[in-house]
Design a protein around this ligand. Structure first.
Ligand SMILES: [Zn+2]
Length: 241
């Protein structure tokens, strides 16, 4: 057979065959006579140049799929192995009584106390005193002698400045939401990413045994960190008088 270019019908046949995988069907849809499609279709498919054209297009398609799969695996891997504590951390600080005078309730500022006094007037409640003094900082370390929290302090959440996140941490970060409980950090579901990664690796395992080690690595990283559940709320517990 000479190397003259394919006719429009031959090109259409290749295209249709790639879509349906059915030679007779492709033959008809390419505009050839429908009458002997069941014989002529498979015969055209057996043609060497048609075979080559189909193989070439299929290879291109698989290459594209490979790239997509690799990107997907890389992305799931990034999410599954990202460290949630780079986004939020749980810290423990002083309770209101840790450094109050005689371990009484300590206000942040005089202004905070005054506001509470005026609010209690509105609510017809007795005004709070300021015997514990001022200067409370929740970031101060808990006082081991504090009878109120027994030195355990009060947990609070710290959020990362999202402008400073690494690319991997950014893959985990899905935005913030202001709720009635405070700021809520939304994160990609790491266990879902790991499931997807496992599935993708299972699918590609036969083709490339090397990928399987990624999963083992991901598991090791995640289990080494212990709990992977992100802490989401920033409202400190027991912070109101
Ligand atoms: Zn305390």
């Amino acid at each position: 057979m000479t190397d003259k270019p394919f006719s429009d019908r031959q090109k259409a046949f290749v295209r249709e065959y790639l879509l349906s995988g059915n030679a007779s069907d492709a033959y008809r849809k390419a505009g050839y006579s429908a009458k002997d499609a069941n014989v002529a279709g498979p015969r055209l498919l057996a043609n060497v140049r048609i075979q080559e054209a189909i193989a070439k297009k299929q290879a291109k398609r698989f290459d594209k799929l490979d790239i997509q799969a690799d990107e997907l695996i890389a992305r799931y891997y990034e999410i599954a192995t990202a460290d949630a504590s780079n986004l939020t951390q749980l810290h423990v600080g002083a309770c209101r009584h840790c450094y109050g005078r005689d371990f009484k309730y300590q206000w942040r500022t005089e202004r905070e106390w005054m506001e509470e006094v005026s609010q209690s007037a509105d609510r017809k409640k007795p005004a709070p005193d300021c015997d514990g003094g001022f200067g409370y900082r929740r970031t101060a370390a808990a006082n081991v002698d504090c009878p109120e929290c027994e030195g355990l302090g009060i947990p609070y959440t710290v959020f990362a400045d999202t402008r400073l996140l690494s690319d991997q941490d950014r893959a985990l970060f899905r935005g913030v939401k202001q709720t009635q409980f405070g700021i809520e950090y939304k994160m990609a579901d790491q266990s879902h990413a790991l499931d997807q990664l496992a599935e993708a690796i299972h699918l590609f395992k036969k083709r490339d045994e090397g990928q399987a080690s990624l999963l083992a690595e991901a598991w090791a990283q995640i289990t080494a960190r212990g709990s992977k559940a992100p802490i989401r709320r920033d409202k400190p517990a027991g912070d109101k008088p």
